[in-house]
Write a protein that binds this ligand. Structure first.
Ligand SMILES: [Zn+2]
Length: 349
């Protein structure tokens, strides 16, 4: 199937009451792992690339790898998403390249570190929405600021420093017309999210539920949502790694989110852990090996296993054949004639 709009994937997920994993990639093996997991579980999927990934792989490599994935797996609805765009120009360049959705993270200034004001966030996000919707491309915004830093992006600090205010979330969705909204409920990017299994004092699921009640038509996005499973940490440490003890977001909390409007769940760290553990194992157990395929194959298989598991847990498994792709040109028409416009207060009046 051609690359499809993320908005269509998320609208279908809302209809079906499930979430869609958005998995980060930097290279061919990660894309292969995700597509094999999608095939194995018959899942629609979002593949996303950050600015760091675009710099690492170069845009043309990434784009053509994604096209190869779309060609090789015609039965899988597949969207290509820009993760954490830091400026209008970054989003514009992704759209020109062929991404089918972008995130404009206006919660931070273009340096990707300093929290922006609400007004700055609205202005840059609205500018991206106007540009993107005219071209049929969907937009994810962020209100509140995630904790931690990944790929040099993030405000650092705790996930509780700038949690989302529900009133601001409604105003932001109304003023910008975003298709989906990332909210800050205590999660952080990276492996070190929580120092113990998170409870309601550090992971604010009640806040997520309150936001969904106010914004029932806006697809919510959970960032920093790796579960950082102990078994993946243990493999790394067993084979010479030095990860400090840490906790991620438990799958049951993500599932609670999915029951309450979360349609896109970002996962990166768990896949990084799976890959690194598999490579370390080969290096320690078979130090005589030097063919990269000897460790890239088990690394790819380890990532596929985690992705397939998440696809089942998020509920997207089995849904790949539910619908056919709406062309990006038709998505543009839908935005132009108002059928795809999401303004929370319009529905409320
Ligand atoms: Zn993120």
């Amino acid at each position: 199937m051609p690359l499809v709009s993320t908005r269509q994937l998320l609208d279908e997920a809302a209809k079906g009451g499930y979430g869609v994993g958005a998995f980060n990639v930097n290279d061919m093996e990660q894309i292969q792992a995700i597509m094999e997991a999608a095939k194995e579980t018959n899942s629609p999927v979002i593949i996303q690339a950050s600015r760091g990934a675009r710099a690492f792989a170069q845009d043309n490599y990434l784009y053509h790898l994604m096209l190869a994935a779309a060609e090789l797996y015609p039965q899988i609805p597949l969207a290509m998403h820009l993760d954490h765009g830091n400026s209008f120009e970054t989003c514009e360049s992704a759209i020109k390249l062929g991404f089918t959705s972008v995130m404009m993270d206006g919660s931070l200034k273009p340096d990707g570190k300093t929290p922006a004001t609400f007004e700055e966030n609205v202005a840059v996000t609205k500018k991206v929405v106007d540009y993107a919707h005219e071209r049929g491309i969907s937009v994810e915004g962020e209100i509140g600021v995630l904790g931690g830093i990944e790929d040099g992006h993030g405000a650092g600090g705790s996930g509780l420093d700038h949690v989302t205010d529900p009133d601001q979330a409604v105003e932001f969705a109304e003023l910008t017309g975003v298709d989906s909204l990332a909210i800050a409920i205590g999660t952080s990017h990276g492996a070190y999210k929580f120092t113990k299994k998170p409870d309601g004092s550090v992971l604010k699921m009640d806040l997520l539920i309150a936001i969904h009640k106010r914004l029932p038509k806006t697809h919510l996005v959970m960032h920093g949502s790796s579960s950082v499973p102990k078994d993946l940490q243990d493999i790394i440490n067993q084979y010479g790694g030095k990860l400090k003890e840490t906790w991620g977001v438990p799958v049951e909390e993500i599932q609670l989110g999915i029951k309450n409007g979360v349609r896109k769940v970002n996962v990166d760290t768990d896949n990084r852990l799976a890959i690194t553990g598999a490579i370390r194992k080969v290096f320690i157990e078979s130090p005589e090996k030097f063919d990269p395929r000897d460790y890239m194959k088990p690394a790819r298989a380890a990532m596929q296993k985690v992705v397939a598991q998440r696809m089942v847990q998020f509920g997207q498994a089995g849904h790949a054949g539910d619908y056919t792709a709406i062309s990006i040109a038709d998505m543009a028409k839908g935005y132009a004639n108002g059928t795809l416009v999401t303004k929370p207060l319009v529905g409320a009046k």
